[in-house]
Write a new protein. Structure first.
Ligand code: ADP
Ligand code: MG
Lengths: 406, 271
């Protein structure tokens, strides 16, 4: 009796994770649980436990904190989106945070030397692409496992960052660079943008449904289609409302969403993206249908290099400075790999999505933020993050074993 | 000696695909040692041999999945070169691999068009790899290919291959090769994982391909199936040719002996 029950649960998990929106469910549940804990349970507990308390203080769920949470998670999310692309191939990139560090340091040095901000950003992005591509070539053409190549990259780039920043710290005052985090969209523009996104999302979904009907293909249920649209709309409007009620939507978040949308589209809706999934699922099949597996590998590492550079720019913009600990030497790497995996991207390749990485970054960001607010020590934070990561990988492994048992 | 000449088939139809002197080494393993092979349109050529004889390696060389170390390729007697899978599919050579070569993480329609995905029109300014996929076209094609094969148990072309049964996967791999209208279809042990009814379906597909003028290569260990569908039978042993017989001129026993011992015992020479 017991084993049967267990199997059917695993089966259900697997089936759910294979649907397009079902893959979001575990990470959304994790996010809801963390928000409920830090947002509701902790304040209530403090209120009841403290006789002097005048009223309940919902600090975690305050618009101000949510705003900070988004900004804190943005750099993690940027790297996690890039890392997701290599994870889809079944590879890993341990050097992403160090690459981001080198790029951020270089950016700081360049703007200090008087290079205009936009040009410095472009140079840094090119450097990120080159760093990623070089590692990709070692993985694909020399045949060294990505784990080893990027571990070497992690060490080497950490050293390189220290070479660029001998003091370990540099302030970045360039108005263009600072602008990413400082520029806020006017409230109305935020609303207009959100409504436009919802309209486009709805239009694309309904048009696809119409085309399916015209071609005589089996249709998604009406409830599912409209459910998706309503869910997406609610998410967008709630986000904009929250951000607007503190300040308003930061340019950084808009850019992150736009980049993620672009990479999400490329990975799911183009022959190139299809080949990434094919290589992740079965590289030998991909090779035998004529896909250039090596070039695809290199390109994925180029993408993660680019995303790391963008993460470096965003980080420098948000902090107004570049420091060794904020990038290469700190917890950024593990947080961004954790974000990708918690989002539901498989470490075994072939399964996942960049949108899940964004949600995973929010999980990691919320966890850190909530623990900070409740005065937890750094040790507690590490242990909590470890447990969450383990749980996410366990879900991945279990839902995968459900597949291969057939 | 004259008997042997008969076996190579003087009356054989003119070949559509022909290779000669194919060598393939994997490090120290000399898997193919100068193999000659041919198949004509409207014919089923069976390829038999013991495990490790080199049948799958020969098929992979013909499909461009392995580049031959030496050897010539001819299509309708014109020399061609086949070094990549694209070369082979451009020449109309399609294959069902022994291991099926499906991606379990992708759905049926994605697997059926893998490597040749249709893209939407009107995006010519983008490189082909970055144009939007026409996934509806993919599904329509997949549905048509599946319907032709009559895989009744398959619920949706949007099902992930990882969740399908062995027989269903086999059918999808066959549908992929048959659906991509080529002139040569090679099936590497397509019935190994199948039950009686499904094997029958595959044999029917093979016959239908022959009747529609395809050149068909069929690998199997089942002599009954081979003698049912094959027109000629080519025997490989230790990476070399033993001989090729017309089906009507031989018997299952003779083939089994040739597979296991070659021709030495019976012909009394090294041929
Ligand atoms: N990729 C490979 N690497 C090394 N050896 C191989 C490879 N593929 C096949 N072989 C060897 O080549 C020989 C022929 O194999 P194969 O063509 O699979 O035989 P068959 O299909 O007739 O059973 C075997 O000895 C096998 O071990
Ligand atoms: Mg074989």
């Amino acid at each position: 009796m017991q084993p049967e029950q267990k199997l059917s649960f695993v089966d259900r998990l697997r089936i759910m994770r294979e649907t397009r929106f079902g893959a979001f469910v575990p990470v959304l549940l994790a996010l809801a649980a963390i928000w409920a804990y830090f947002g509701l349970a902790v304040p209530l507990w403090e209120y009841w436990g403290d006789a002097d308390a005048q009223n309940i203080r919902f600090i975690f769920l305050s618009p101000r904190n949510i705003y900070n949470l988004f900004m804190q998670s943005a750099v993690i999310a940027t790297l996690a989106v890039g890392i997701t692309v290599v994870l889809l191939l079944g590879d890993i990139d341990l050097s992403a945070a160090a690459t981001a560090g080198v790029c951020a340091a270089l950016l700081g040095v360049l703007v200090l030397a008087g290079v205009p901000g936009p040009i410095a950003c472009l140079i840094v992005m090119a450097v990120g692409i080159i760093m990623g591509t070089a590692q990709g070539i070692l993985v694909a053409y020399v045949g060294i496992p990505s784990f080893v190549v990027t571990l070497a990259g992690l060490l080497g780039f950490q050293g390189l960052m220290q070479k660029i920043l001998p003091t370990g710290n540099l302030n970045v005052g360039d108005p263009f660079v600072r602008g990413f985090a400082r520029v806020l969209l006017p409230d109305t523009l935020g609303w207009v943008l959100a409504l436009a996104c919802i309209a486009v999302f709805a239009w694309l979904n309904l048009r696809k449904q119409g085309q399916r009907k015209a071609r005589g293909l089996d249709l998604d249920s009406k409830a599912a289609v409209w459910g998706q649209i309503v869910f997406f709309g609610a998410l967008m409007l709630a986000t904009v409302a929250t951000l607007n009620s503190y300040r308003s939507v930061p340019l950084l978040i808009v850019l992150l969403m736009a980049i993620t949308a672009l990479i999400g589209w490329v990975t799911t809706s183009t022959p190139y993206g299809r080949s990434i999934f094919a290589v992740g699922g079965n590289p030998e099949s991909a090779r035998r249908v004529g896909m250039n597996v090596k070039r695809i590998r290199v390109s994925a590492f180029a993408i993660v290099g680019l995303m790391a550079a963008i993460g470096g720019i965003f980080g420098a913009s948000r902090f107004g400075s570049v420091s060794y600990t904020a990038f290469a030497g700190g917890s950024l790497l593990l947080e961004s790999i954790g974000a990708a995996v918690i989002g539901g991207t498989s470490l075994f390749g072939g399964r996942g999505s960049v949108w899940n990485a964004i949600l995973g970054a929010l999980v990691i960001g919320s966890l850190g933020n909530g623990l900070d607010l409740s005065g937890a020590s750094a040790a507690d934070k590490l242990m909590f993050s470890g447990a969450i990561l383990l749980l996410a990988v366990a879900i991945d492994a279990v839902s995968r074993s459900g597949t291969s048992e057939r | 000696m004259s008997e042997h000449e008969n076996k190579v088939g003087q009356a054989a139809p003119s070949p559509h695909l022909r290779v000669s002197g194919i060598h393939k080494r994997f490090g120290g393993v000399h898997a193919l040692r100068g193999v000659d092979f041919e198949v004509a349109r409207g014919e089923v050529m069976a390829l038999v041999g013991d495990n490790g004889a080199g049948k799958s390696t020969l098929m992979k060389v013909l499909a461009g999945a392995h580049a031959a170390d030496e050897g010539q390729f001819f299509m309708d007697e014109a020399p061609v070169s086949v070094n990549t899978p694209h070369d082979a599919s451009d020449l109309g050579i399609q294959i069902v691999y022994q291991d099926l070569a499906l991606c379990e993480n992708l759905d049926v329609s994605a697997n059926l068009s893998l490597g040749a995905e249709p893209v939407k029109a009107g995006w010519g300014f983008l490189p082909r790899l970055l144009r939007p996929l026409d996934d509806l076209e993919m599904e329509v094609k997949a549905q048509a290919a599946i319907d032709r094969l009559q895989v009744r148990t398959l619920q949706s072309v949007r099902a992930k291959v990882g969740g399908l049964s062995g027989g269903q996967r086999q059918a999808i791999a066959i549908a992929r090769a048959v659906g991509a209208d080529g002139s040569v279809v090679m099936l590497d042990e397509p019935t190994a994982a199948l039950g009686v009814a499904q094997t029958r379906q595959v044999l029917d597909v093979v016959k239908r391909l022959r009747d529609t003028g395809h050149a068909v290569v069929y690998i199997s260990h089942n002599m009954r199936d081979i003698f049912e569908v094959a027109d000629r039978i080519c025997v490989l042993r230790h990476g070399g040719n033993v001989a090729t017989w017309r089906k009507d001129d031989t018997t299952p026993d003779e083939i089994v002996v040739a597979m296991t011992r070659g021709l030495d015992d019976e012909a009394g020479n090294a041929a």
